[in-house]
Design a protein around this ligand. Sequence first.
Ligand SMILES: Nc1ncnc2c1ncn2[C@@H]1O[C@H](COP(=O)(O)OP(=O)(O)OP(=O)(O)O)[C@@H](O)[C@H]1O
Ligand SMILES: [Mg+2]
Length: 388
Amino acid sequence: MGRVIIFTGKGGVGKTTVAAAHAVKAAKDGKKTLVVSTDMAHNLSDLFMKEIKEEPVEIKNNLWALEIDSNYEMGRHYGSIVEAFKKMLPYGSGVDGEVLEDIVVFPGIEELFSLLKIKEIYDQNTFDLIIVDCAPTGETLSLLKFPELFSWYMERFFPIEKVAMKILRPISKVAFKLELPDELAMNDIEKLYVKLGSLQNLLKNREVCSVRLVTIPEKMVVEETKRSYMYLNLYNFNVDGLYINRIIPENVDNHFFDQWKEIQKNYLEEINSVFTNIPIYKIKWYEVDINGVGALERIIEDSLDDRNIFKVLKTIINETFEKTEKGYRLDVYVPFADKREFDLFESGSDIIVKIGNFKRNIPIPHTIKKYSIASAQLNNGALSIYFE
Ligand SMILES: Nc1ncnc2c1ncn2[C@@H]1O[C@H](COP(=O)(O)OP(=O)(O)OP(=O)(O)O)[C@@H](O)[C@H]1O
Ligand SMILES: [Mg+2]
């Protein structure tokens, strides 16, 4: 069974550097490793000082790199789908607001093809470890929630059975103002739909895949890191590591940095006090930027010397259903979530949890469907929903 580690974080904090350092370490440890960048603005080529393409290239013994070109992936497998979606998009009116919100996410579809490529490589089973260097946080999160939203959308508004399609097609234009895709696109959409299901299973498989956050000890970045941690938990990903980069070394005695050191100290303390559930790694600010394998080895030696670093380090079960006296309780782990940003509603067979701009559909197990939501509580980062 292979292993996938996804690195994410705000722009410029050191995601590519940290991801690549892990890749170099893993290769040295004898693991056949692939480091993949999904960011359209790729940096792996610069870092390794070697041309990296849309298929894996060997960097050194056991170490391979790949810069995914989502347009290339999309064209290669699903050209007809893109056309079909384009036709569907302008016809969103007439469906209710909830649905519209999901349609708005569709322009991010290119990103999805990066993840599908990773799944494809994972299935080929040629690498022991796949390390993913993601685009800055915002995009990555929408990328990670995409499979879920997409299948939710498909199941409800896109009758996947061909029979239904045959009946719907003649009336769809009139009744739904929706242009349904042609036969070729339909086959591709079915293929994509099945693949998305298995991509979901891979990304949420806590034995295989984990997400690691990269941050720096500064206000804005720490705030965003906390939010990412919350959202990733909301979407039920296994976040099992945090890297604090660019820490000013103690022995720097330039007065310019005195106050910066104080600021960093405060945020380091805050991070340590709030991220108590996951391992934290600290990386110092080096006197030069990080280029090439040699520089990465310095980071490995100084900060990543942990035998268990590639293991699934900590798993918290995000969603649990418990039997209560009057019915059931669903607990969802959403650390740092703000009460005021919360919204909760039922829709068909799902519960929809909304926090700020993020929305997650949690399917209700069959046995619980006969109950309805009686109350909900947010306590110490855990959302408890009572079904009675
Ligand atoms: N600890 C460090 N000490 C010195 N330089 C660093 C350190 N970490 C990263 N850098 C440098 O900072 C720059 C940004 O790092 P990197 O490219 O890894 O960030 P990123 O999060 O991947 O950025 P982006 O969001 O643009 O993809 C690079 O030039 C890198 O060499
Ligand atoms: Mg980068």
